[in-house]
Design a protein around this ligand. Structure first.
Ligand code: SF4
Ligand code: SF4
Length: 170
């Protein structure tokens, strides 16, 4: 009986032990996988994130002058596979878990981005820009050859490579 009263008194002094959320502040566990962020300037357009997304939450749409990215948070399972396979870290999961919303707002739970296409320096065709982050991942540092190559479309790069081989054989 007395031990019960001791526990009661101690708990009254300490106050509630449970988390006050949603009526008060709470904490965010480190490394929590929450809202997804997309950085169009770092995207290489490889679409690996779309390929590995088991929830089918990611979609790319080809425009005449841009590549459009859409991620629907209501389908996302926050597995983190897209971030894991994105070599340029254009897609990352933040620790923001504030995703509660009304049913009427469910179609607004999206992350969107647009990657503007650029013109190939050789033939002028619209192509995906080669992001700085991709160059850094692929080559660590850049030089004038890499800077020229990144402004060419795959076909023009191939042609340039063939010409280089032909010159070596002459
Ligand atoms: S976000 Fe990353 S994985 Fe997805 S297309 Fe862009 S570079 Fe590729
Ligand atoms: S975290 Fe998982 S489910 Fe969500 S978009 Fe990325 S791959 Fe898809």
């Amino acid at each position: 009986m007395f031990s019960f009263l001791k526990v009661l008194a101690r708990n009254l002094i300490r106050g509630p032990a449970t988390d006050p959320f949603p009526f008060g502040e709470t904490f965010t566990p480190k490394g929590l996988r929450g809202r997804v962020r997309f950085d169009a300037s770092a995207c290489a357009g490889c679409r690996m994130c779309e390929h590995v997304c088991a929830g089918g939450a990611i979609r790319f749409d080809d425009g005449a002058s841009e590549l459009r990215f859409t991620l629907w948070h209501n389908t996302c399972t926050f597995c983190g596979l897209c971030q894991h396979y994105c070599k340029t870290k254009a897609i990352v999961l933040t620790e923001d878990w504030h995703l509660t919303h009304r049913q009427t707002e469910k179609y607004a739970m999206v992350e969107q981005g647009t990657v503007p296409l650029v013109s190939c320096l050789g033939c002028g065709i619209a192509m995906m820009p080669v992001a700085d982050e991709l160059v850094r991942v692929a080559y660590c540092e850049t030089n004038s050859d890499i800077d020229r190559l990144r402004q060419l479309c795959p076909d023009c790069r191939r042609q340039l490579g063939i010409k280089g081989v032909q010159r070596c054989r002459m």
